[in-house]
Design a protein around this ligand. Structure first.
Ligand code: SF4
Length: 412
């Protein structure tokens, strides 16, 4: 069903300014590039203390933190760029379910109304229908952008802890990211593939230490775990303390929403049409989405050979020991992925990153002490709001994790 806020992306954007929230450094930039290809003047938003303060000023104070973070980044950019609100579109996906994400676009609409910016449109595709409001070509390219973002992030986290010259990895990745933005803006998937392969080759050639660092699995709410501003650069902090971070990818949510559609269909629908629909979702996932994911990981080659993700049904199965799958949302993914990080990937500790006031984050934080006992590794649940120094809690755990037993190999 088309939501009130939803704008269909079909045809050219007519030069309208489309702002993409800064959830994750690579995803926001690649998404903006894809939208530029279909005629939008698309820009990835940036965050800092000032944009956060602006967001807090325009919200009530009790919202989970990605809400003021995204609103503040948009308001600051609009004021800075001086764009006519009638020419602005805000990209803000939505979702149904037990948490508040579905309310963000509605609250944004109220903020715009208060500022007299009624002309701002919100492009709000939904997880409910796996973002099917968009035209097929754009959806496919956005999916490639998402996979490329996941791979670039994995590259950084896999290699940066071992670089001999500080800054080598960040500089190389930034150069390649700019080239990838151009390739996405041109809709050139072959060039994207070549660039991912070239990035892997260049990373392999960098001088690196051959030591082994303890692996730290990072799970939690998707926005905060991926956003270095809100999580106080969590993965870099893990590296500074002697570890290597493996962050659950954004693609996890995509595979989850697809899988959930099949589960819900099986539970609620009967008859041949329902069977056909389940088969369609399964085929789409296996023949397209999973294949593209595998292709990107293949392009990444040896560097990410031991950083592939586990199938989503395995993540859910691990999480279902603690929550039923019918309890939709991120909590089950957070719990399930944490189990797999420890049991299958050899993680020495887990960090559960949640925004302040996050509902799934509160639930997982209450369940993690049980996992900690069962899995025998420390689990740190941090709540972030872009202020203070929550990552200080990592210090004693990293001290323990960097002691003798060492299980991870440096990348080739
Ligand atoms: S998952 Fe947490 S932070 Fe995200 S919308 Fe739901 S309650 Fe808010």
């Amino acid at each position: 069903m088309q939501r009130l806020e939803e704008s269909k992306i079909s045809g050219p954007g007519g030069g309208k300014v489309l702002y993409v929230p800064p959830m994750e450094p690579w995803g926001a930039r690649f998404f903006a590039a894809v939208f530029r290809r279909v005629g939008y003047d698309a820009r990835a938003l940036a965050e800092d203390a000032a944009t956060m303060a602006l967001g807090l000023k325009h919200t009530g104070g009790g919202e989970c933190v990605p809400c003021p973070a995204t609103a503040g980044a948009l308001l600051a950019a609009m004021e800075r760029d001086g764009v006519d609100p009638d020419r602005v579109i805000f990209f803000m996906p939505t979702a149904c379910g037990p948490c508040r994400f579905g309310q963000y676009a509605k609250l944004d609409r109220l903020i715009f109304a208060k500022k007299g910016w009624d002309g701002v449109q919100i492009m709000s595709p939904s997880a409910e229908n796996a973002y099917e409001g968009m035209d097929q070509g754009t959806r496919i390219l956005l999916y490639h952008a998402l996979m490329a973002a996941d791979v670039m992030r994995k590259f950084v986290h896999r290699v940066r802890p071992y670089e001999k010259r500080k800054g080598d990895v960040d500089a190389l990745i930034e150069r390649q990211t700019r080239l990838l933005e151009d390739a996405f803006a041109a809709g050139d998937k072959r060039r994207v593939a070549d660039l991912i392969r070239a990035t892997a080759d260049a990373l392999a050639d960098l001088p690196k230490y051959r030591d082994r660092r303890p692996l730290i699995g990072v799970v939690g709410e998707i926005y905060v775990r991926c956003d270095p501003f809100l999580n106080n650069d969590l993965c870099r902090r893990i590296e500074e303390l002697g570890g290597e971070a493996w962050l659950a990818p954004i693609g996890e949510w995509f595979f989850y929403t697809n899988h959930l559609r099949r589960l819900l269909n099986r539970e609620r629908e009967r008859g041949p049409a329902a069977i056909l629909e389940r088969a369609r979702i399964w085929l789409e996932t296996e023949l397209f989405y999973s294949r593209v994911e595998k292709k990107y990981l293949r392009l990444a080659g040896k560097i990410l050979a031991d950083r592939h993700e586990h199938p989503i049904d395995q993540v859910l199965e691990a999480g279902m020991r603690y929550l039923p799958w019918q309890f939709e949302g991120e909590a089950i993914l957070t719990l399930g992925r944490a189990v797999l990080f420890v049991k299958l990937d050899g993680a020495r500790a887990i960090v559960n990153a949640s925004p302040m006031f996050c509902m799934p984050g509160t639930i997982t934080t209450s369940i993690f002490p049980r996992l900690e006992r069962e899995l025998g590794v420390p689990i740190i649940s941090n709540f972030y709001d872009g202020s203070g120094n929550p990552n200080q809690s990592l210090v004693p755990v990293m001290h323990y994790a960097t002691e003798p037993r060492r299980t991870e190999a440096a990348p080739a």
